[in-house]
Every structure is written in structure tokens, then in C-alpha cells.
Design a protein around this ligand. Sequence first.
Ligand code: SDX
Length: 431
Amino acid sequence: MAESSKTATLTIDGQSYELPVHSPSAGPDVIDIRKLYAQAGVFTYDPGFTSTASCDSTITFIDGDKGELLHRGYPIDQLAAKSHYLEVCYLLLYGSLPSAAELEHFENTITRHTMIHEQMHNFFRGFRRDAHPMAIMVGAVGAMAAFYHDSTDISSPREREIASHRLIAKVPTIAAMAYKYSIGQPFVYPRNDLDYAANFLHMCFAVPAEEYNVDPILARAMDRIFTLHADHEQNASTSTVRLASSSGANPFACIAAGIACLWGPAHGGANQACLEMLKEIGTPDRIPEFIARAKDKNDPFRLMGFGHRVYKNFDPRATVMKQSADEVLDLLGVENNPILATAKELEKAALADDYFAEKKLFPNVDFYSGVILEAMGFPTSMFTPIFALSRTVGWISQWKEQLGDPQMKIGRPRQLYLGETVRDYVDIEKR
Ligand code: SDX
């Protein structure tokens, strides 16, 4: 980070403090408060980190007002239209688009790491069949540290790279196995003759009893969904990965922590919650009832798939996802899909309502994704695992960036303490 000539002045009890201001290549300036407590004996207060930059990064940038999302400077709509997921993985990991030779080498490497240790099959068999696939993914990815101990030394750049490749390659296999296990079907091994998205669909939907040919258009739609979920600045799960990594935890433990955080319905779990909400709404005539509930301060109900901490305009991923939903459902011959129709009517009604306009609430990445995934044959329980496998490269890229930062320190926030001040213990007979 370049030295800053700009400063901000903070005055407390008549005492002024000059704080450095750093200017980014895009986005708002930041006030550097790292020395504030030492100088002024005060903390800043920002639960939810609405005004706090936790790090500097060169990976992804979001302009929430413009509805712009850039990965290493490339707009998400261009990547979704012209690139493909493993090329986006290379871009996020290494910072530039690969040459043809670099891409071929990278894809061969990932393809040949998609199998998981055979002993992990026994690990799966310890779960109940009705376990949520996210519960299995948190456990199985964390357990990778027990099977791939030779890539857990974070001080070794080579081991960090091997762990990165293993995670990108094996998390889809684990997600597919979690699905197969939940429906009582045998695991399907990855195939090296299929590309990343086709391989995932094959591992999920093939059965030993017959040949399964992946529809290339569905594979393309699957790949696009992976790309749209790949990374997103310092969201809750990425911040979880960074905080876990700051203690020196191994990469598998850090990614398992990210998966756990993503599971929440306010975050990656929203895609499952959104489709369940659309099904609960059922028909467009019930939309006003749900809009009213979303606006009711006394009702905890929120429109799932709507709103975003950063986007105060359209989430560009939702725009691409909506187009893809039309294409995939047409391809599948699912004309007039009632859930998609309800989703479109709900979007129209919400965007026409002052409440959503004033609060700048727009559809986010989770609003349309579930419609596509369900049409592809996935149960709602697999929606967040698909988000998790897509976001693994983002988590790993941010993990790698943080480990490479000489300024990295263990993350240890402070607090505004409102509890009891010191008091003496009272023996039970005197209480
Ligand atoms: C993801 O951070 C990321 O980048 C995440 C993500 C990624 O790629 O990593 O983009 C993925 O998590 C997308 C978000 C998925 N979640 C949902 O769709 C769940 C529904 N949305 C919300 O719960 C909410 O919008 C959040 C959690 C997404 C954002 O919450 P914020 O930024 O903390 O905003 P807030 O809760 O303070 O809401 C501001 C106001 C509130 O009203 P007031 O208290 O000011 O009167 O807007 C209201 C909220 O009640 N509001 C909603 C709403 N979202 C916000 N009201 C109804 N329905 C909603 N969906």
C-alpha cells in the first residue's frame, strides 16, 4: 500500500489526532485507525462492519451503487458470457487471464485431483442418510486435513498451491457424494474426459445401471452458475476464512469454516430459503400478502433473495442468472414454470413498491439461482452446497492473498463492554 499524504483529523476531548487516509484504485478512501487505540485510548465501533475495511485486496471489487462486480478488473457479465469457471479460477488465483498453455496445464492439474481418498467414503457412511448435505460438506472438507496432511504447511508456497488445487478439484466430488448419499445411491467417481461442470452433473445424476450423457447446454448453464458465485470481496464467509487463516489454521479447516458460515439463510443459505419461499407463495395472487409481511416491522419475514449489504442497485449476477433461467427452462421444455412466473411477478411487485425502492432492495444472486437448479433436478438442500463449491476458489484466493501479506496479524477485534464492573464473589448462603 502506497504511503498516504492525506490525513483525517479526529478530535476527542479537545485533543486532535491525525489519521492517515489511504486511497484505493477504486472505491472509497479508508481512514487508517491501526494506531488509534495506542494514540487516543479509544476503539471504533462497527458491529456488522458496515463501514469497516478489514484488509486490502486486489482480487474482487464491487461498486454497489453502479451494480458492478469486477474480478481482477474484468466485469462479471463479460466473464459469464466469454470465460468459463476454471479460467475464472485461474484468474482469481493468479491475477491474470491464462495463456492457452497455462490454462491447459491448470485444467489438467485440477482434473487429475478430483478423486478423493477412498477412506473418506467410510467417513461419509457415518452420517445419517437424512443429514443436510451442508452438514456433510462442513465435516468432510474439514476432515481433508486428516487425509491430505502433506499440504497443510501454510509456510510452504508449494503446499499452499497443492492444497488450493486439491480443494478446487475435490469439493465438487464431496458435494456430489453428499447428494448421492442423501438419496441412497452409490457414489459416482469423477471422469477425466469431462469438463468441470459436466463432471459435477455426471457425479450427481449418473447411475451405474445406464449410460448418462451430460447435456452440453446444461453443463454450460452449470458452469455459468459456478462463475457467478466464485468470489465477492469480504462477504461473511470470506471474512470467516480470513479470520480462521489469521491464526495459522490449515487450509482445509479454514474452508470448512467458510462453508459453515455460508450455510446461514442471510448468506448462502438464501438460495434454498428463496425457493422454499417461492413455493410457499405458490401463485402470484398471494404476492401482496408476502410483500406486506416483508414490510411489517413486527414480522421477522424477509423476502429471501432480496437485498444486499453492498448492492444498492441490481446485483449484476442476478441479471445474468435471470437470463440463464429463461434459457435453461426453455431448453428443458419447462415452459410457464410456475415458480419462475411467481419469481418474476414478485420481483416486479417488490420493485414497484416504495418500501423496497426507498431501502434500495433489489434481487440478489440467490433470487433466481434456485429456479434453475431445481429445473436441473437438484433438491433445495443441494443449492447451498453448489454455492459453496463455486465459492471455494474465492475463499482460497483470499486465503492465499492474506498469507502473502507481510502485514498479516491474527484478527482479534475488541468490544464495547456493557456488562457488570468488578464485584466480589458472594457465598451461596449469603445470596
Ligand atoms: C449473499 O455479502 C455478500 O457479498 C454476500 C453474497 C456473496 O456473494 O457472498 O452476495 C451472497 O449472501 C446474498 C444475500 C442473500 N441473503 C438474502 O437474500 C436474505 C434476505 N436479505 C436480507 O436478510 C438482507 O438484505 C441482507 C442480509 C442480505 C443484507 O442485510 P443488511 O445489509 O444488514 O441490511 P439490513 O438488514 O440492515 O436491512 C436494511 C433495511 C432494514 O429495514 P430498516 O431496519 O432499515 O427499517 O432493509 C430491510 C431491513 O429490514 N431489508 C429487508 C430485506 N433486506 C433488508 N426487508 C425485507 N426483505 C428483505 N430481503
